[in-house]
Design a protein around this ligand. Structure first.
Ligand SMILES: [Fe+2]
Length: 360
């Protein structure tokens, strides 16, 4: 914006078809310290305005070949910050109000009996225009500041998310080193659980919680001795009791990490059973978080279709049959339905083949 005119002599563009009026008002304004440009028609006035960009425009209303309203409308479109004052001897009150509604900032009746009235109108209009400009600048500065802060917060958030993700991965590596079956297992459980979440129409943030919880669901095994985790034969009751502590241990590890979603609680509940015969708390049906019920189905399917030291993997069909058989018993029927839907879509076989998909 050119502000040169605001600090030096203000320039007034005077548009009036009557030469006498231009002389009277123009001389008065020059004597009052303004630079004055004159035009005898709306078209000429707009042409001068485009070239010179005066600080303020004073225009007659009725002129041959185009009236003052056209000047107001045009300036509102191209230079809304430039004040326009109407001086007219023919307009009635309704017309005067109409020009103000269109965007004129003042209306003075002709003949002008007190020339001071024009100077007052100009000073007031210039002051108002200056305040508008200052407001605009302040608002723009505020918006720029908000935008910059928003960018900074977004960057910070991304860094924090990345740091959290790295920590989560590091935790997963610790367990994987202790129990080789957990590594690939957890990743596939996460992907299957996400596929079930999609099949149920879950929102993205809950599916993200499923991903994280799936990757970490057996994190509590870090406190189970390696010889128990890798034992080829059946576990003794005492050994099994130690393994059964892993959901609570996992919960204790994760409970203070600010995940988006109840990740620690999902991990705590992933061995609860729909019939209430699971552990650690014996929750049943919808006492168990939906995400934990989903994870439970994904966990069982993945475990059944994987070789273990003490048994061979079941086929996909055998594992599917097991899940359908257990729906409404040990497994949530809704999750079993989502499982069959995901199976029909081919997602499960893609995960089994370790193909890259949206459920990574
Ligand atoms: Fe587990």
């Amino acid at each position: 914006m050119d502000t040169s005119n605001q600090t030096s002599t203000p320039t007034v563009l005077l548009i009036d078809d009557e030469q006498m009026n231009r002389l009277l008002v123009g001389d008065y304004l020059r004597d009052s310290g303004y630079a004055v440009l004159e035009a005898e028609s709306a078209a000429e006035g707009l042409h001068i305005f485009d070239n010179v960009r005066p600080d303020i425009v004073i225009t007659d209303l009725r002129m041959p070949g185009g009236d003052g309203n056209q000047v107001v409308t045009r300036l509102q479109a191209i230079a809304p910050d430039t004040p326009v004052i109407i001086i007219s001897g023919t307009a009635n009150l309704e017309e005067a109000l109409g020009t103000l509604r269109e965007g004129a900032c003042d209306f003075i009746s002709k003949p002008v009996r007190k020339m001071d009235r024009i100077k007052q109108a100009i000073d007031l209009a210039m002051k108002k225009a200056r305040l508008n400009r200052e407001n605009h600048c302040a608002r723009q500065a505020l918006e720029d500041e908000i935008q910059q802060r928003t960018h900074e917060l977004r960057d910070l958030n991304a860094q924090l998310k990345h740091a959290l993700e790295s920590t989560v991965n590091a935790l997963g590596v610790i367990v994987a080193q202790k129990d080789p079956y957990t590594a690939g297992h957890s990743e596939r459980v996460a992907r299957i659980a996400m596929a079930l979440g999609y099949a149920m129409g879950m929102p993205r943030h809950r599916i993200e919680a499923l991903r994280v919880a799936g990757n970490l669901h057996d994190i509590g095994k870090v406190s189970v001795p390696g010889e128990i985790l890798n034992k080829a034969g059946r576990l003794t009751p005492e050994e099994f009791e130690q393994v059964k502590a892993h959901p609570e241990t996992g919960f204790e590890i994760l409970k203070d990490i600010p995940f988006q979603g109840p990740v620690a609680e999902i991990v705590l509940q992933h061995h609860e059973r729909y019939d209430g015969k699971g552990y650690p708390r014996g929750l049943k049906q919808d006492e168990i978080l939906l995400e934990a019920r989903i994870l439970s189905v994904a966990d069982i399917y993945e475990a059944l279709t994987s070789d273990r030291p003490y048994r061979q993997a079941l086929s996909h069909e055998e594992a599917m049959a097991h899940i359908i058989r257990e729906a409404g018993k040990t497994l949530c029927p809704l999750c079993a339905c989502a499982f069959t839907a995901a199976n029909r879509s081919g997602v499960l076989s893609a995960i089994a083949r370790n193909e890259h998909s949206q459920y990574m």
